[in-house]
Design a protein around this ligand. Structure first.
Ligand SMILES: NC(=O)c1ccc[n+]([C@@H]2O[C@H](COP(=O)([O-])OP(=O)(O)OC[C@H]3O[C@@H](n4cnc5c(N)ncnc54)[C@H](O)[C@@H]3O)[C@@H](O)[C@H]2O)c1
Ligand SMILES: O=c1ccn([C@@H]2O[C@H](COP(=O)(O)OP(=O)(O)O[C@H]3O[C@H](CO)[C@@H](O)[C@H](O)[C@H]3O)[C@@H](O)[C@H]2O)c(=O)[nH]1
Length: 332
């Protein structure tokens, strides 16, 4: 029995990998093409305990098949994807190919080779521009960008596969905005061109960028800037461990993972300025294509059904951990 992680060298996958290595005794296999993930992260995690790492693309089905058979993989956590909303507007085919087509190939392989449980990294972007917030899992799914549509299509493939093959069960986790890094500072978000607000704010506070651009100040929100539900990556990682346990005794299902309250772009910037002590330069810019005004999770379902209890629901803490990691990257 073993757990396979795709995209385990990336930001979220590596934090889940860390918790699996620390808290379980399962055999673990990681595949990643290192397009945005990073070898240093794999090396740091190998210090905790041994696992198998293969640098391959998801489309290498031959190698994936060999790994699933050799390690007798029973569980798959599928993180590997392209993730930047704005890039998906410019280059949608990259998203449909890397996210939907390759995920379909992986699901087919899992069904054919007896994988029992599959946890899928979906996104709040499947909700598009919801009529009200917080959103629960039952509201209309109407993504407004190719990234969200590529993930929604994968959700559909997964549901249909489980319906047709009941021995293959899944949990879909719809993450809201993931931020922060591991409290011990051992791993973090390393991709230098990352576009996420909190990482960009930390880089600007440290002088790695001249200014932070606020994308849109005319949204129908509390201060005109977009509102998002920022969830600490360690709480998100814990949801994956709970999802694997849940699937052993429950049917397939879908869960939001967020805190249930939103912060505007201006509020995030103010928080980063406060924790860094740097009044960095902020510039107002036009809206970024594909951005909804507000996305906030209702997380009642995951709390009541899986017993998930967030430990890091604190924007200051999230910003502090992101800043500490950025400092470490800066010094190396
Ligand atoms: N970061 C967020 O706020 C957020 C929110 C919602 C959902 N998600 C989802 O979470 C998952 C992980 O995101 P992340 O933030 O860790 O991104 P990331 O870019 O850090 O991680 C993705 C990993 O997958 C690898 N990868 C990509 N395509 C691959 C392929 N074809 N073959 C093999 N490896 C491949 C990359 O090298 C990287 O290590 C993604 O599925 C993303 O859609 C992220
Ligand atoms: O330099 C920046 C970066 C971001 N923003 C704004 O900050 C908000 C958050 O943006 P970002 O951190 O890039 O995240 P999202 O575009 O909301 O998308 C993230 O969150 C989604 C879930 O809500 C995931 O699915 C995506 O993979 C992940 O990139 C948005 O309103 C952006 O317009 C700025 O104003 N300036």
């Amino acid at each position: 029995m073993a757990i396979l992680l795709t995209g385990g060298a990336g930001y979220i996958g590596s934090h889940v990998l860390k918790q699996l290595l620390e808290k379980t005794e399962e055999n673990i296999v990681v595949v990643d093409n290192l397009s945005t993930g990073n070898q240093a992260c794999i090396d740091a995690l190998l210090e905790i305990r041994d696992f198998h790492f293969a640098k391959i693309d998801l489309d290498n089905l031959e190698m994936l098949e060999m790994l699933i058979e050799r390690f007798e993989v029973t569980d798959v956590l599928h993180f590997a994807a392209s993730i930047v909303v704005s890039e998906s507007m410019q280059n949608p085919l990259k998203y449909y190919k890397n996210n939907t087509a390759k995920t379909t190939g992986l699901i087919e392989l899992c069904v054919n080779f007896g994988v029992k449980r599959f946890v899928f990294s979906s996104t709040a972007a499947v909700y598009g521009e919801p009529a009200t917030n917080p959103v629960d899992e039952t509201v209309l799914l109407a993504p407004i960008n190719p990234y969200g549509r590529s993930k929604l299509m994968s959700e559909t493939v997964l549901r249909d596969a489980s319906n047709a093959h009941p021995a293959f069960k899944h949990v879909i986790l719809r993450y809201f905005n993931v931020a922060g890094v591991a409290g011990d500072g051992s791993i973090g978000q390393s991709f230098p061109d990352a576009t996420h607000l909190i990482k960009v704010a930390a880089q600007t506070a440290l002088g790695a960028r001249d200014a932070l651009a606020v994308f849109g100040t005319d949204y129908p929100t509390k201060d005109g800037t977009c509102e998002r539900d920022y969830i600490h990556v360690e709480d998100l990682a814990d949801a994956h461990l709970k999802a694997l346990e849940y699937l052993k005794t429950h049917p397939s299902d879908t869960f939001n993972v967020g805190y249930g309250h939103g912060f505007s772009v201006r509020e995030v910037i103010k928080t980063m300025q406060r924790v860094s002590g740097v009044d960095f330069k902020v510039e107002m810019a036009p809206r970024r294509e594909g951005d909804p005004a507000i996305l906030v999770a209702s997380s009642t379902k995951i709390k009541t059904r899986m017993g998930w209890e967030p430990q890091c629901d604190d924007l200051e803490h999230i910003c502090k951990t992101a800043l500490a990691w950025e400092k470490k990257l800066h010094e190396n």
